[in-house]
Design a protein around this ligand. Structure first.
Ligand code: NOJ
Ligand code: CA
Length: 702
């Protein structure tokens, strides 16, 4: 009798679980449809489609934890909540003045069977242009303090897409992009030969960095990245080349684990942006929408700006960061022996301040102003810079007064050489120094192997460090431009004082290495810039002959350098070349004077990753528009319809374009400037040279 009673109950429980396993739940927004279920093994599974086409095929989710190496199976679905939201918000600065945040949210409440009965929620947000999802560990998760050994999130692709990728390196995003099908991804040869990158740690030859841009054979554009990366390592993707499955691969810490967490905690959002139009990927605000609103109450001190700098002359070898050629030899009085090549000397800085003031440029970056550069790199030493002691030929007080008299801000430079512990200890002192001497922004840098030794640029410890720096900078009302941090994930919404990051292969590679192929800047907006602005440092006018290395040259025309101010969005744009090189082309420099760094509106006119991009943007608070059009190594005609202009108004368009015989390799400095009257019915056909571009300012006629 007793046996009879027990058996049916057990069967019933199994049966119940099995029924649940079949239960599918969906959420949609226009063409985007998410499906979620828990499979027969209790593994959470999601899939995504766009207009009925598969984008992500059924893919598993979950973790390996220290407490539970199978925190991905044995789950049961306790219930599902669904909500929708639709509101607009105004970023402090950006590509547009107003952003709509419109989504359907589905929260799956899960509980693991077994004694621990641990819980986890998965929150999905479905937008018109894609999906964001994250794992939440509520207080009731029964996890307490826990360690993530691996995140197992999968993205199973529906085809062997064309992909634009860089290696999944724990310490660098500065690789050139490779275009290949997913099944041919293999980073080993590229990592091996990239000796121009300071630190390379890419142990998995089948791992790639995000944002990963892909295009399917049937015309879908798919971008995978993450949003709101905080207190967690960056997500890279391990590629299963046979199954076409991408699996989250978190950057490890010094002891080989991934993240130390304490519930309640929510992971960063995993994002999939999708459309049948490439332009929609560039216009997407999905990642910004998944970030928290600004934590800075009064943001009136945050100002996008253009800047010049004592910088390119060091990059190209004309001057040095260091004051002396010797770290260990001193003169009779114990002082450094000057080499005579030090760039950041008072007179030279004044020259840049004068140039900035004469041309309406707000800032002057000065690198190499502080002691420590004689042996700053390659020794993995902890005490490198103190961030407050100038070299003897850099007069802090005199330059402070001079810059103020000219209405120009000097931009502080804090290179850490990767010694984050040193910066952590000295940061308050450094920010107080900035406050005391009129510096309102800082460019940070992390060239070299990280200290704490064993940590990586993109691991949890450093993610927390970079975020801590921007929080602390906000406290001191300082704006940040971070070089060598993890790539951005939209956190600039939360900390709008973090204006820009490098975190990618900038224009500088054309100075100290073989540089960037002409297609590079047509890929960046689809990859690196998906998470946020890049300090690419455009505006090089002397395109050949700037380096003593034979054959070294820029891989663009001069007109393309101008176009980059529009196509590579950043609230912080450098005019990177030397004043004397601008002096030779002041008619073209007029575009850099005019182009703003903050916008009310943005229209993507034409776009194809790896081939071309044309973008129009409307100046913040003004009626003027600016257009940038670029191409790869192939000449093309940009077809620009100006229908974004206001009805009934006439405008003067100044077109800065490649001369008919221009070519990035042979004749990069050949350009023509043309003025025409345009209105909203105008369609311009502008010829772009191989490796070329065009920049257009469109001002209302008075
Ligand atoms: C690398 C940065 O990208 C570059 O801009 C800077 O000049 C050097 N580090 C030195 O800090
Ligand atoms: Ca191409």
């Amino acid at each position: 009798m007793i046996h009879f009673k027990i058996v049916p109950v057990v069967l019933f429980v199994f049966f119940l679980h099995d029924v649940r396993a079949q239960q599918e739940t969906t959420a949609e927004m226009k063409k985007v449809r998410l499906t979620f279920n828990v499979d027969r093994e209790g593994i959470p599974v999601y899939s995504l489609s766009y207009a009925g086409k598969a984008v992500i095929k059924p893919s598993r989710m979950g973790f390996r934890l220290d407490k539970d190496s199978s925190f991905y199976r044995g789950f049961q679905l306790l219930g599902v909540d669904k909500t929708t939201a639709d509101h607009t918000w105004q970023p402090v600065w950006g590509e547009v003045g107003e952003i709509r945040d419109h989504y359907t949210q589905l929260t799956a409440h899960l509980q693991q069977r077994g004694d621990a009965r641990r819980r986890m929620d998965i929150v999905f947000r479905v937008f018109e242009d894609g999906l964001g999802f994250r794992y939440e560990f509520p207080l009731e998760s029964r996890l307490g303090y826990f360690v993530v050994a691996d995140e197992l999130t999968q993205f199973t692709l529906a085809g062997d897409h064309k992909a634009f990728w860089i290696p999944g390196d724990y310490d660098s995003n500065e690789y050139p992009y490779t275009t290949s099908v997913v099944s041919e991804i293999d980073n080993a040869a590229l990592v091996e030969k990239s000796t121009d990158i300071a630190v390379r740690v890419a142990p998995d030859r089948y791992a790639v960095q995000t944002p990963l841009m892909m295009k399917s054979a049937d015309g879908l554009y798919i971008n995978i990245h993450e949003a709101a990366l905080a207190n967690y390592p960056a997500m890279q993707l391990h590629v299963d080349r046979a199954l076409l499955t991408l699996t989250s691969a978190l950057v490890p810490d010094a002891v080989g684990t991934k993240a130390y967490l304490h519930a309640p905690y929510a992971t960063p959002w995993r994002t999939v942006i999708v459309s049948d139009k490439a332009a929609d990927i560039l216009a997407s605000k999905l990642i910004l929408n998944l970030n928290e609103p600004s934590k800075i109450g009064d943001s009136s001190w945050i100002h996008p700006m253009k800047f010049v700098g004592v910088w390119w002359e060091m990059q190209t070898g004309k001057a040095t960061w260091s004051y002396s050629d010797y770290a260990d030899s001193v003169d009779a009085k114990g002082g450094l022996i000057p080499s005579g090549k030090h760039g950041a000397n008072t007179a030279n800085v004044k020259r840049y301040i004068d140039f900035a003031a004469a041309n309406g440029i707000g800032g002057v970056l000065v690198e190499g102003w502080n002691v420590g550069w004689e042996d700053w790199f390659g020794n993995w030493k902890e005490e490198v810079f103190d961030f407050v002691t100038p070299y003897p030929d850099f007069n802090v007080a005199e330059l402070e007064a001079y810059a103020a008299s000219k209405g120009v801000k000097i931009i502080m430079h804090n290179e850490t050489s990767g010694s984050a512990t040193n910066y952590d200890r000295r940061m308050d002192t450094a920010f107080r120094f900035m406050r005391a001497h009129g510096y309102t922004s800082v460019k940070t840098g992390y060239v070299g192997k990280i200290i704490p030794r064993g940590e990586h640029h993109d691991g949890q410890w450093m993610v927390n460090h970079y975020n801590r720096v921007s929080e602390k900078a906000a406290y001191y009302h300082v704006m940040v431009d971070a070089h060598e941090p993890m790539r951005p994930t939209g956190m600039q919404r939360t900390y709008p004082n973090w204006l820009a990051s490098e975190a990618g292969r900038g224009n500088e590679y054309n100075a100290f290495s073989n540089g960037n192929e002409p297609e590079h800047e047509t890929i960046l907006p689809f990859t690196r810039l998906i998470g946020g602005p890049m300090d690419y440092t455009p505006g090089i006018f002397k395109l050949k002959g700037y380096s003593t290395v034979p054959g070294r040259q820029m891989h663009t025309t001069l007109a393309k350098q101008l176009a980059l101010y529009v196509t590579l969005y950043s609230p912080l744009q450098m005019a990177a070349d030397l004043p004397e090189n601008y002096a030779a082309h002041m008619d073209a420099f007029q575009f850099i004077r005019d182009v703003p760094v903050d916008w009310d509106d943005t229209r993507i006119l034409e776009a194809e990753p790896g081939d071309y991009i044309s973008i129009a943007r409307k100046e913040k608070g003004k009626g003027s528009w600016f257009v940038g059009a670029i191409t790869d190594e192939h000449a093309r005609t940009a077809a620009l319809s100006l229908d974004f202009l206001s009805d009934g108004k006439k405008y003067t368009a100044t077109i800065y374009k490649d001369a008919p015989d221009a070519d990035w390799k042979e004749k990069p400095e050949a350009y023509v400037i043309e003025k025409v009257t345009v209105d909203r019915k105008t369609k311009l056909a502008v010829k772009l040279a191989a490796g070329g571009g065009a920049a257009i300012s469109i001002m209302e006629k008075k």
